[in-house]
Write a protein that binds this ligand. Structure first.
Ligand code: ADP
Ligand code: MG
Ligand code: MG
Length: 352
């Protein structure tokens, strides 16, 4: 029997467009002899729309947006479970291809839990812990993972004790500092500060995106990423290096100008590679990951390693780092998709 998959993509998030390209690529890699694929599109406004069973891979992203002639599943998100004759569609698995807020942060995962549906990737806890940079750093700290010094505060603290916060940053951290909204991705709202004035400016920008702000020590280092795949016994890929041409790996270099070089495998001493692989696994366990994470590190000139973050739904187009890392570790894109689906079903069955 064919497995029935609900591909969930788009989303009310800054990474809506990226998600659409990913969905198109995934339909191209799924074996239609083996899978029945239902497209479920979340509009930028957050409306859910389910399309008809896909007969073949989508050739454009427009095809996955259905146009205006589709019934909007208004006010009732769970209508995606009902077919046109009012009968329930029995999904074997939901594959969320959503990045950022309302998708990668545990919210959609919570909905799927309540509906008792198996889904690909991280559960509620890992997803939300991975989305909040403060919680993530605290979990890494408890797990004993090396990271750069940091401090954090919330918007109302800033309003009341600005001077004290600046003093705390200067006391704990050296210049330059990186200021980040706690709950975003894709480098949105992140700025580097080399002095007090820039710090205040960077904090005020970050506060436009989030009520919780992280300030961390800037580091001169290479950026190296590893892919983790599995549930209780995760496997780790070879490392890959990112070489942005801009000053840091910002939103445009991630998605727009295509100027960033990905070097896979990264050129590193064997010891450093095994150190990174061990830390990537420990980071996955620290957030109680399942399915997949991409673990991102800083590696300094003397090969000291610091963990930067994990991403629980990393970029997943065929030219994104996560799938490319597996390709260089002998797991092809279609095979990777199969593995993720199997892992999702295994985790669900184990829970029952
Ligand atoms: P996001 O979740 O948005 O990707 P990151 O924490 O990875 O946020 O920061 C985005 C980019 O900013 C990093 O890839 C890196 O280029 C740069 N960066 C972040 N923190 C530091 C730091 N402490 N020192 C130097 N560069 C940093
Ligand atoms: Mg991130
Ligand atoms: Mg990052």
């Amino acid at each position: 029997m064919k497995k029935r998959i609900g591909l969930l993509y788009g989303g009310k998030s800054a990474e809506h467009e990226v998600s659409l390209s990913t969905a198109r690529a995934v339909t191209g890699a799924l074996n239609f002899e083996e899978y029945e694929v239902y497209p479920i599109f979340i509009t930028p406004e957050g409306e859910w729309r389910r399309g008809e069973l896909l007969k073949k891979p989508a050739s454009t992203i427009e095809e996955l947006q259905f146009g205006d002639d589709v019934t909007i599943l208004e006010n009732n998100i769970t209508d995606f479970l009902i077919d046109n004759n009012g009968k329930a569609i029995q999904f074997d698995v939901i594959f969320p291809l959503l990045h950022g807020t309302n998708g990668e942060d545990g919210t959609v995962q919570g909905l799927l839990e309540v509906l008792n549906l198996p889904y690909v990737g991280n559960g509620v806890l890992a997803s939300s812990a991975g989305m909040d940079k403060v919680i993530m750093k605290q979990l890494f700290e408890i797990a004993g993972l090396p990271q750069v010094p940091y401090t954090y505060f919330i918007r109302s603290d800033w309003a009341n004790e600005q001077e004290a916060i600046i003093a705390r940053c200067e006391e704990k951290l050296d210049w330059p500092m990186f200021v980040k909204p706690a709950n975003l991705g894709s480098s949105v709202g992140i700025n580097k500060a080399t002095n007090r004035d820039e710090l205040v400016k960077a904090i005020e920008i970050a506060l436009q995106y989030d009520r919780k702000i992280v300030v961390e020590q800037g580091i001169v280092a290479r950026e190296v990423e590893l892919a983790v795949l599995g549930n209780d016994f995760p496997e780790v890929s070879v490392p890959g290096e990112i070489k942005p041409v801009t000053e840091f790996y910002d939103y445009d270099s991630k998605y727009k100008d295509g100027s960033t070089a990905l070097i896979i495998p990264a050129e590193l001493p064997v010891n450093t590679v095994s150190g990174l692989q061990d830390l990537a696994k420990r980071a996955f366990k620290a957030i109680d990951g399942s399915g997949l994470v991409r673990a991102d590190f800083f590696v300094t000139a003397d090969n000291s390693i610091y963990i930067n973050e994990v991403n629980t739904m990393p970029g997943f187009t065929p030219v994104s780092m996560y799938p490319l890392l597996w390709q260089h570790t002998n797991v092809s894109y279609p095979e990777l998709i199969d593995r993720l689906i199997t892992l999702a079903i295994e985790r669900f069955e184990e829970k029952q």
